[in-house]
Ligand binder design. Structure first.
Ligand code: NAD
Length: 470
C-alpha cells in the first residue's frame, strides 16, 4: 500500500519513501512519502495562497464545509478505521470509535461561532474586538490517536479561517494522509494540505517563514524543540504534551470496587493515552488488596491483533516504545519493585507487552516520575494523604490527575493537585466542549470547544472615535 501527500488539492508521491509497520505483526505493510524541504515548501505555499480566500468566506460557509468534512469522514469510517488499526495497533472497535468521534468533531465544531465583542459604545468612541485567523497553521500530530488528534486541530483551525498543513506521525501516517486526500474534493484547493515525514519534515514545517502558528501534540521533548524553533519569530504555539497522571485513592475507599475503572483508565489504548492513569497512590493497608484486584483485571485481558474481534488490548505502537516500557519495568524491579502481574513481551510477533502491575516501589523510580506510555500500573503505597499529594505533584508533568473516594473529601484533595484537569471518581473523561490542556511540562495553551477555538485566532481591536473626523 502506498500513501500520498496532498498539496494544493492534488495527490503527491515522492522520490523518498518511508516504510510503515503494522505493530501487531512487526511487518512493513505500507510506504509513505518522506517529504523533502521542497515539498514542505510547496505545501506551505499552497496554504499561504489559499489563506486569504478561505478567511474571506463567511462563517456559515466555513461551517457548512466543516460539516461536509464530517460527512465525508463518516462515509469512509470503515476503511479509515482499518488503516488506524493496521498502523497503530488498537482494536478495530476502538479505531471505529475514534473515526466516528472525529467525524462528529467536525459537526460539533461547526456549531461554534466567533462573534465580535463590543467594549465601548458612548459619545467618545465605539470599540469592538474581532477574532482573526493567524494564517497557515502547522498541525503536527502524534501516533497514539492518529485521526482524532489531527481533527481536533484541523476543525477549529479551519473554522477560524486558517489554512492548514498537517503532518501526521511517521509511525501512523496513513489514516491522516487518507483523510486529507478525501477532503481534497470537499475543501477549496490548498485549504488542507498533508505532508508525511519525521522530525526533519516537522522541523522544516515549524520553521517555515510562512507558517503563522504551530499546533502540536506529542512528547514534551519534541514540544520544547518546537517551542525553541518557533521562538525565532515569535509565532503562536499550542503544545499538548505528555502526562504522568496520578490516581489518588483516599483511605476507606472500596478498592475492589474501583479497581476495574482504574485499570481501564490506565490501559486505554494500551496505556498510550496522554491522560491515562500512569501511577496509583493507595493507603498502605489497602495496597495489596488493590494490586490483587488490578491483577485479576489484567488476567481477563485478551491481547492480540486489533483486527481480531476478541482483542481487548493491541500492541505498543513500535519496537522502540516497547523497549522503553520494558526498560522502565526492569529499572523498577532493580530498585526493589515487585511485578505482581505481567512484565513481559510475550513470545509472538508484534510489539506486545503484557498488562503489568508493579508494587513495592521505593520513592523516585523512573516508573513513578516519567511517562511510561504503556500497559504498566505502578501501585504506590502511602502513609498520609499529604504525602500522596506531594508525590503526585513531584513530576515535571501536569496534565491530569484523579482522586477517588467520598466526593467532599476528594474535592479538598483535588485542590492540591497541580494539573490541568482533576477528575473525581473517574479518570480521562475528555469532552468535546470542555477545555483541555496541561500545566508544567504538559503543555502550553488549550484545545477543545470554544476555548480551543480561540487559540486559532488573534484579537483585533477596532477603535472608532465618535464625532467629526479630525
Ligand atoms: P513525538 O513527540 O515523538 O512525535 C509527535 C510528532 O512530532 C510526530 O508527528 C513527529 O514526527 C513530530 N516531530 C518529532 N520531532 C519533531 C521536531 N523536531 N519538529 C517538529 N515535529 C517533530 O510523540 P508521539 O510518541 O507520537 O506521541 C506520544 C506523546 O504525545 C506522549 O508523550 C503523549 O502523552 C503525548 N500526547 C499528548 C496529548 C495531549 O493532548 N496532551 C495527546 C496525545 C499524546
Amino acid at each position: 500500500m502506498l500513501g500520498h501527500m496532498t498539496i494544493a488539492g492534488k495527490p503527491v508521491a515522492a522520490t523518498d519513501w518511508t516504510e510503515v509497520e503494522n505493530p501487531a505483526r512487526a511487518e512493513v505493510f505500507a510506504k509513505v512519502p518522506s517529504a523533502s524541504g521542497a515539498e514542505v515548501d510547496a505545501a506551505v505555499s499552497a496554504a499561504a495562497d489559499a489563506a486569504s480566500d478561505w478567511a474571506g468566506l463567511s462563517q456559515p460557509e466555513r461551517q457548512n464545509l466543516l460539516r461536509a468534512c464530517g460527512d465525508a469522514l463518516a462515509g469512509h469510517l470503515d476503511d479509515v478505521a482499518e488503516l488506524v488499526t493496521q498502523e497503530q495497533g488498537k482494536p478495530l472497535r476502538d479505531a471505529r470509535a475514534e473515526v466516528g468521534l472525529s467525524a462528529d468533531w467536525f459537526h460539533r465544531t461547526a456549531e461554534l461561532s466567533l462573534e465580535p465583542q463590543e467594549y465601548v459604545r458612548d459619545d467618545t468612541a465605539h470599540i469592538t474586538a474581532v477574532r482573526v485567523p493567524h494564517g497557515p497553521v502547522a498541525a503536527i500530530a502524534p501516533s497514539n490517536f492518529p485521526i482524532i488528534l489531527a481533527v481536533v486541530k484541523i476543525a477549529p483551525a479551519l473554522l477560524a479561517g486558517n489554512t492548514v498543513v498537517l503532518k501526521p506521525s511517521p509511525l501512523t501516517p496513513l489514516s491522516g494522509l487518507r483523510m486529507a486526500e478525501m477532503f481534497a474534493s470537499v475543501l477549496p484547493s490548498g485549504v488542507l494540505n498533508a505532508v508525511s515525514g519525521g522530525a526533519d519534515t516537522g522541523t522544516a514545517l515549524v520553521t517555515h517563514p510562512d507558517i503563522r502558528m504551530v499546533s502540536f501534540t506529542g512528547s514534551d521533548t519534541t514540544g520544547r524543540a518546537i517551542a525553541r524553533a518557533a521562538s525565532s519569530d515569535l509565532r503562536h504555539v499550542v503544545l499538548e504534551l505528555g502526562g504522568n497522571d496520578a490516581c489518588l485513592i483516599l483511605p476507606g475507599t472500596d478498592v475492589s470496587a474501583v479497581a476495574p475503572a482504574v485499570f481501564a483508565a490506565a490501559m486505554r489504548n494500551c496505556g498510550q493515552f496522554c491522560a491515562a492513569v500512569k501511577r496509583v497512590y493507595v493507603p498502605r493497608d489497602q495496597a495489596a488488596q488493590l494490586a490483587d484486584a488490578l491483577a485479576a483485571e489484567a488476567d481477563s485481558v485478551v491481547l492480540g491483533d486489533g483486527l481480531e474481534s476478541m482483542t481487548d488490548l493491541g500492541p505498543l505502537v513500535s519496537g522502540d516504545q516497547r523497549a522503553k516500557v520494558s526498560a522502565l519495568v526492569a529499572a523498577a524491579v532493580h530498585a526493589g519493585g515487585r511485578v505482581v502481574r505481567g512484565g513481559q513481551a510475550p513470545q509472538r510477533p508484534g510489539y506486545f507487552f503484557t498488562p503489568t502491575i508493579v508494587t513495592d516501589l521505593p520513592p523516585g523510580t523512573a516508573l513513578e516520575k516519567e511517562e511510561q506510555f504503556g500497559p504498566v500500573i505502578p501501585v504506590i503505597a502511602y502513609d498520609s494523604v499529604p504525602e500522596a499529594v506531594a508525590r503526585a505533584n513531584d513530576t515535571r508533568f501536569g496534565l491530569g490527575g484523579s482522586v477517588w473516594g467520598s466526593v467532599e473529601a476528594a474535592r479538598a484533595v483535588a485542590a492540591g493537585l497541580e494539573c490541568g484537569t482533576v477528575w473525581i471518581n473517574t479518570h480521562g473523561d475528555l469532552r468535546y466542549d470542555v477545555p483541555f490542556g496541561g500545566h508544567g511540562q504538559s503543555g502550553v495553551g488549550l484545545e477543545y470547544g470554544y476555548w480551543g477555538l480561540l487559540e486559532y485566532t488573534r484579537v483585533k481591536v477596532l477603535n472608532v472615535a465618535e464625532g467629526p473626523a479630525a
